[in-house]
Design a protein around this ligand. Structure first.
Ligand code: 5GP
Ligand code: MN
Length: 334
């Protein structure tokens, strides 16, 4: 499954919309990651460079790993007010952008909405979308758009855009790390993006609470039939004063255990629901699995939130994951 609406004409239409706007508001997805924030802040600096008044709105606060980004302090959970264009970045469906975005979407007098996204599960919710799952990161798409538009790219924009490229490839370790992605990052480095600092700040650095939580979450890990899973329980997060996003790196760590095809982190929520974070190795596509449970994502990294308590979520989803692994390996062996 690959999805693309890429063409020079599509990108030109978005460039024209952006150039015509004076007061755009940029949204990235909730629980923002480095690509959502890097793409939004990168586009903010590009558009500010053109003299526009730009607002960046996120439903959730930025994680400490993204506070080094130029402009991070300007981000807040802001409503669409007197803006003349809404831009949605890096989220594959309209429910991923939080309450302020949903409110605007339901307002018949809202300004036009455009989307830039690299998820193959994108639903086409915007008035005009550029979706291309061949890109490793939405930030890489924003950079391609800036080059096509011949906009100036300063060091701040370059740093934000490179961060999206680095974090969504987990520092060039995923299978969507293409020569084009490396070219884009090299070019952003020439424009001043500090690559080694970005990898350390954006990915490697952990809080003490996060480090302590790893021990507790890894102690719950189970590895069976090519599936590795672990639990981030509220009681464990509270014990070490960790937040919901802490421990999120564990799902990638478990995917890298020899013999594991698919890993899952079950994150118990305050409201009784469970967040699922999936990772897989190239033979196994978790995007469809996440979609089945109401979420979405990429072939090798996807997620969803289910209205089930933690133990029930494990009981239902682990068998489904094992069936997927077993079917994937039968297919690829056939
Ligand atoms: P993570 O496991 O890091 O939270 O998410 C991995 C990937 O899946 C990301 O690309 C993210 O955008 C996507 N994803 C995570 N949760 C959801 C969700 O609830 N809905 C959708 N549509 N995509 C999700
Ligand atoms: Mn992304």
């Amino acid at each position: 499954m690959r999805q693309t609406t890429s063409s020079v004409a599509t990108i030109d239409r978005l460039i024209n919309r952006l150039v015509a706007s004076e007061r755009p508001i940029l949204f990235g997805h909730e629980r923002p990651d480095g690509d959502a924030v890097g793409a939004a802040l990168g586009l903010m600096w590009l558009l500010r460079g053109l003299g526009k008044r730009v607002t960046v709105s996120f439903a959730d606060p930025l994680s400490a790993n993204l506070s080094f980004l130029p402009g991070a302090e300007t981000v807040a959970d802001l409503p669409v007010a007197d803006h003349d264009l809404i831009v949605a970045l890096d989220g594959s469906d309209e429910r991923r952008y939080g309450a302020n975005f949903s409110a605007a979407l339901n307002d018949p007098s809202r300004p036009p909405l455009i989307a830039i996204d690299h998820h193959k599960t994108n639903t086409g919710f915007a008035d005009e979308s550029w979706v291309d799952s061949r890109f490793a990161a939405t930030a890489q798409m924003v950079y391609a758009l800036a080059l096509q538009a011949a906009w100036p790219v300063d060091q701040r924009a370059a740093t934000c855009l490179a961060t999206g490229c680095v974090t969504d490839t987990n520092a060039f370790t995923t299978d969507h790390t293409t020569p084009e992605l490396l070219d884009a990052v090299a070019s952003l480095m020439r424009r001043g993006a500090p690559l080694a600092d970005i990898i350390r700040e954006g990915i490697a650095l952990k809080s003490e609470a996060d480090a302590m939580l790893w021990g507790r979450v890894l102690a719950t890990a189970t590895i069976e039939d090519g599936v590795a899973y672990a639990l981030s329980r509220l009681v464990d997060r509270n014990a070490v004063n960790a937040s919901e996003g802490d421990g999120s790196g564990i799902v990638s760590f478990l995917r890298n255990v020899r013999g594991v095809a698919l890993s899952i982190l079950f994150v118990e929520q305050e409201d009784g629901q469970t967040r699922l974070s999936f990772r897989s190795n190239p033979d196994t596509d978790v995007a469809a699995l996440a979609l089945e449970w109401g979420g979405g994502g990429h072939a090798q990294a996807a997620g969803a939130t289910v209205a089930l308590p933690l133990d029930e979520a494990v009981a239902q989803i682990v068998p489904a994951a094992k069936r997927l692994v077993s079917a994937s390996h039968t297919d690829s062996g056939a």
